[in-house]
Design a protein around this ligand. Structure first.
Ligand code: GDP
Length: 196
């Protein structure tokens, strides 16, 4: 049984004016292209094909809003760090992300990082978008590609890189590692904002 049986696509926003009303709660999913973000969303929400993987054209340059339950949303951001792709296209969605970060309904950020890379240049710029009252949780994805000691090292290094600003967990959609942990975190964030 899915934890989010009523999950549905809401809108692909090309401009802040198209964002859903700033009410309720939402969590943004961000990550470098190919980090496994779409796969993580589909696995956490238990709905294959909800977020389209990077090989699917379209939608990828836009902010995609999904409703998981009434007044509870996730936002799938464009993957960043494309080596190809025109600079103008990359810059075009920056104001969108800045507008997103100002929303009072935005409770937190899930940052998807390939466990083999760890938190790297580009990821930290993204972390700076997060307002102080917005929580950050890092999914170290594709840990099925690492052995136990490599995974432990990745977890240690990412925890250190975050320097207390966020939490980290191991995740694999393939091996189903950490799925429940991620689901619980997401559910908790969608229910309430932390005490100030
Ligand atoms: P996105 O660009 O961040 O949305 O990444 P995708 O979800 O499209 O995944 C990028 C690639 O990584 C695809 O080939 C996926 O099949 C693969 N991938 C995603 N999650 C996992 C995982 O948990 N384990 C492994 N081994 N591969 C994964």
């Amino acid at each position: 049984m899915s934890r989010f049986p009523r999950a549905q696509f809401l809108i692909s926003a090309a401009a802040a004016a198209q964002f859903p009303a700033d009410r309720g709660a939402e969590v943004a999913f961000v990550g470098r292209s190919n980090a496994g973000k779409s796969t993580a969303i589909n696995t956490i929400v238990q709905r294959q094909g909800l977020a389209r993987t990077s090989k699917t054209p379209g939608r990828t340059r836009l902010l995609n809003f999904f409703e998981l339950a009434p007044m509870q949303r996730i936002v799938d951001l464009p993957g960043y760090g494309y080596a190809s792709g025109p600079e103008s296209e990359r810059l075009s969605w920056k104001p969108l992300i800045e507008a997103l970060a100002l929303r009072s309904s935005l409770h937190g950020w899930f940052l998807i990082v390939d466990a083999r890379r760890g938190i790297a240049a580009g990821d930290d710029a993204l972390l700076e978008w997060a307002a102080p009252d917005q929580r950050i949780h890092v999914l170290l994805s594709k840990v099925d590609k690492l052995n136990r000691s490599e995974a432990a090292k990745a977890l240690r290094e990412s925890t250190a890189a975050l320097a207390g600003r966020g939490t980290v967990q191991l995740f694999s959609a393939t091996a189903k590692t950490g799925v429940e942990e991620a689901q619980k975190m997401l559910e908790a964030w969608l229910k309430s904002k932390p005490e100030q």
